[in-house]
Design a protein around this ligand. Structure first.
Ligand SMILES: NC(=O)C1=CN([C@@H]2O[C@H](COP(=O)(O)OP(=O)(O)OC[C@H]3O[C@@H](n4cnc5c(N)ncnc54)[C@H](OP(=O)(O)O)[C@@H]3O)[C@@H](O)[C@H]2O)C=CC1
Ligand SMILES: CC(C)(CO)C(=O)C(=O)O
Length: 298
């Protein structure tokens, strides 16, 4: 059985596309799921609809793979309960955006096969029980702990049964950084300016901060040994994604609009903390983090 911890947009997307009968959601330890199954309507990328009823996991011993699709800030806590209960050989794939939560999990359970995924698939939940596969992309999966290396090929084959494009990636950290750069350069601006992704591009606040932001990120990447991109290359990457997703509401803006905690601590906040460790000043990342936190309810 493939378990999914975090029955939100992304978790329900994978659950809908994996072979039915082989997937189950892991319930919150403190909540009674109420029914034996979780039912929702799934709208495919081609616009077709189907109604699904997926079971809640009966026994942790049944697990062959665990996908973790909680938000970054919930992940350590969500796994705490389950890791004492599931067999130590079960591969665990972390799907969180940003950085920091993945390392925290790998450091907490270094003997477990822990992998991280970076995905450009897009899913949202316009209503509690309706999940939309809004954008198709690619997913890279790679090992975070030594025990995960021998599991990588098998995990990729299992995820590829969805029909989504899934790659094995030996060096997952640089992949996670690529997405982090894009999220750090788009998400806080859309949240602060309360606008869709494309609208940041002509805004004075974005235009006056994007170059110093990219300088900070390029300095951190060089110090961390994550390639050697120039600030100009980073800006180009950020602006290309903002243009290609111009009408999108970013996940961070969506979180603010829905009164939810954002993932800022794992995006620009992560860069601030890294800067502190490396003695590299990050005033723009700090400013963006502070401004987003002022908007967030938590
Ligand atoms: N959606 C997308 O297209 C993409 C998302 N991501 C990343 O994937 C992660 C998940 O995103 P998304 O699915 O959009 O987020 P959602 O908020 O939709 O889903 C997270 C789910 O985790 C559940 N959860 C929180 N704590 C626990 C817990 N302790 N035990 C069990 N379940 C728990 C939440 O429950 P409740 O609803 O009750 O709070 C919620 O259903 C994020 O890090 C995001 O950045 C990455 C790429 C694309
Ligand atoms: C790429 C981007 C900015 C698309 O909206 C995203 O990943 C997000 O919203 O978190």
């Amino acid at each position: 059985m493939i378990g999914i911890l975090g029955a939100g947009s992304l978790g329900r997307l994978w659950a809908a596309l994996l072979p039915q009968g082989q997937v189950a959601f892991l319930p919150r330890p403190d909540a009674d799921p109420g029914a034996a199954t979780l039912s929702y309507t799934f709208e495919s990328i081609r616009g077709s609809h189907r109604t699904l009823a997926l079971p809640w996991l009966q026994s942790p011993d049944d697990l062959s793979l665990l996908l973790v699709t909680t938000k970054a800030g919930d992940t350590l806590n969500a796994l705490q309960h389950w890791l004492a209960r599931i067999p130590a050989s079960v591969p665990i794939v972390l799907f969180q955006n940003g950085l920091g939560s993945q390392q925290a999990v790998a450091n907490a359970w270094p003997e477990h096969p822990i992998l991280a995924a970076s995905t450009t698939e897009g899913a949202n939940r316009p209503e509690p029980n309706r999940v939309v596969h809004a954008g198709t992309g690619e997913t890279w999966v790679g090992p975070l702990t030594p025990a995960a290396r021998p599991k990588l090929a098998g995990v990729v084959s299992q995820l590829a049964t969805t029909g989504l494009v899934v790659h094995a990636e030996d060096q997952i950290l640089p992949r996670l950084w690529q997405k982090l750069v894009v999220n750090a350069g788009i998400n806080p601006f859309t949240a602060i300016l309360d606008c869709p992704n494309g609208d940041i591009l002509a805004n004075d606040f974005f235009l006056s901060h994007i170059n110093p932001l990219c300088n900070e990120i390029a300095g951190l990447m060089a110090a961390e040994g994550i390639g050697n991109p120039t600030p100009e290359e980073l800006r180009q990457r950020i602006e290309t994604v903002a243009r290609n997703t111009a009408r999108n509401t970013s996940s961070m803006r969506g979180d603010i609009l829905n009164g939810r905690r954002t993932e800022i601590d794992f995006i620009n906040g992560y860069l601030v903390q890294l800067g502190e460790r490396l003695d590299i000043p990050t005033p723009v990342n700090q400013l963006l983090t502070d401004r987003v936190k002022q908007l967030s309810p938590h």
